[in-house]
Design a protein around this ligand. Structure first.
Ligand SMILES: Nc1ncnc2c1ncn2[C@@H]1O[C@H](COP(=O)(O)OP(=O)(O)O)[C@@H](O)[C@H]1O
Ligand SMILES: [Mg+2]
Length: 376
């Protein structure tokens, strides 16, 4: 649209928060380019035309020799969404994210990120995205600050803007007071937090996180999620992440479940869980047999005693429980309602649990081969 967008604000916070005009810091190999970007390809999310999808993927496929890593994926991610790719090891998550980040070529199909084509407009895609990958790419013999300054240089962040922005992102991940420490002295969780800070330094439109918490202990995983959730509240950003942790997928606005290179289901976690069935209700009563008879007689429900409680399924447990108290006619001592989990969802769409899928021999072999090739 407009030929050139000049960055007005010296601090590289997302410019959309400042001016309402979509601009971003241009890529730079010298670190000294003027603060302009060629916008002939159009802005990232169409300031005039309303929000466009930030990620658009159509018929995407990727083959590595005999291996069909990605087999025809279609999806759209809207601005501001946290979108998760949930699937077992070897499902094609990293391959997809690499194509979106311009680090791998698709065999067929297309992908656009921030309005730019990942195959033909790589530079434009790159300056609009931040990456946090599974394997760390920090330099352990440099300090946290030096790592960030190096990144700022690569992305051409204006010199005067580096310090305030660095402070902002390091504060966010709780590492400002450790900026002078060597990264090699950081724990795994601190390194991951620093990588998230680095991925955000140049104020990207889209942050890609490939298995952001894999290998971290539960406490660190939950603190990383606290940072990601805080980030969503603070920056105008779209997050695309991959995970094979069910609980992690619960943090996403929408998830795609991917298995063997194909999306088998895509929706909000709640809707996916609702789609596969009913809630499970368990009640403790003064007289279980009478309760079972009353459930059948009053509500037409088929109940039985499991795990010491009268157990049955209903479409919406929360809404049913109040009726139960008023209409059952048998004293109830306790009630528990449980929802289907994303584990149940995966199982229902693929016929196996995510762990079964990961244990499958062929995938394990492919994984090992890929790791071997990746290690130069
Ligand atoms: N560079 C590669 N060469 C050959 N096969 C690969 C390569 N990268 C990934 N694969 C294979 O593609 C499939 C998908 O891998 P990947 O995208 O890494 O899955 P995920 O990230 O979901 O674990 C796997 O079978 C994997 O072994
Ligand atoms: Mg992966």
């Amino acid at each position: 649209m407009s030929p050139t967008v000049r960055r007005q604000n010296p601090i590289p916070v997302p410019a959309r928060l400042v001016s309402g005009v979509t601009v971003s810091i241009p890529p730079s190999t010298t670190g000294s380019q003027p603060l302009t970007m060629a916008a002939a390809d159009g802005p990232a999310d169409g300031a005039a035309g309303g929000p466009r999808p930030v990620i658009e993927v159509a018929g995407l496929a990727k083959r590595y020799g005999e291996v069909e890593a990605v087999r025809g994926i279609d999806l759209t991610v809207r601005a501001g969404e946290t979108f998760g790719f949930l699937g077992p090891n070897g499902a094609g998550k990293t391959t997809t994210i690499k194509i979106l980040c311009t680090l791998a070529n698709a065999t067929s199909g297309s992908a656009r990120v921030a309005g730019f084509d990942t195959a033909t407009q790589r530079d434009a895609v790159r300056r609009n995205i931040g990456l946090v990958f599974q394997d760390t790419t920090l330099d352990g013999y440099l300090t946290a600050e030096q790592n960030l300054r190096f990144h700022a240089e690569l992305y051409g962040v204006p010199k005067a803007a580096v310090l305030p922005r660095m402070r902002q992102v390091l504060d966010m991940v709780g590492l400002w007071d450790r900026k002078d420490s060597l990264v090699s002295t950081f724990s795994g969780g601190m390194q991951r937090r620093l990588e998230i800070a680095r991925g955000l330094l140049h104020a990207p439109h889209v942050l890609f996180l490939d298995e952001p918490t894999v290998g971290l202990d539960p406490q660190t995983r939950s603190s990383i999620w606290a940072y990601i959730n805080e980030l969503k509240g603070r920056e105008d950003i779209t997050i695309f992440l991959t995970t094979h942790y069910m609980d992690e997928a619960e943090h996403c606005d929408r998830i795609a479940i991917i298995d063997h290179g194909q999306i088998v289901a895509i929706d909000t976690p709640e809707a996916l869980k609702a789609s596969i069935g009913k809630d499970r209700v368990q009640i403790q009563t003064a007289d279980d047999q009478a309760a079972i008879a009353a459930l059948a007689g009053t509500f037409g429900l088929d109940a039985a005693v499991h795990e010491g409680a009268v157990t049955f399924s209903v479409a919406s447990g929360e809404q049913f429980v109040p009726r139960l108290f008023t209409e059952l006619g048998i004293p109830i001592r306790s009630v528990s309602v449980s929802r289907p989990s994303l584990d149940d969802v995966f199982m229902s769409y693929t016929g196996k649990t995510i762990r079964d899928a990961e244990a499958s021999g062929t995938d394990a072999m492919r994984q090992m081969a890929a790791r071997f090739r990746g290690r130069r």
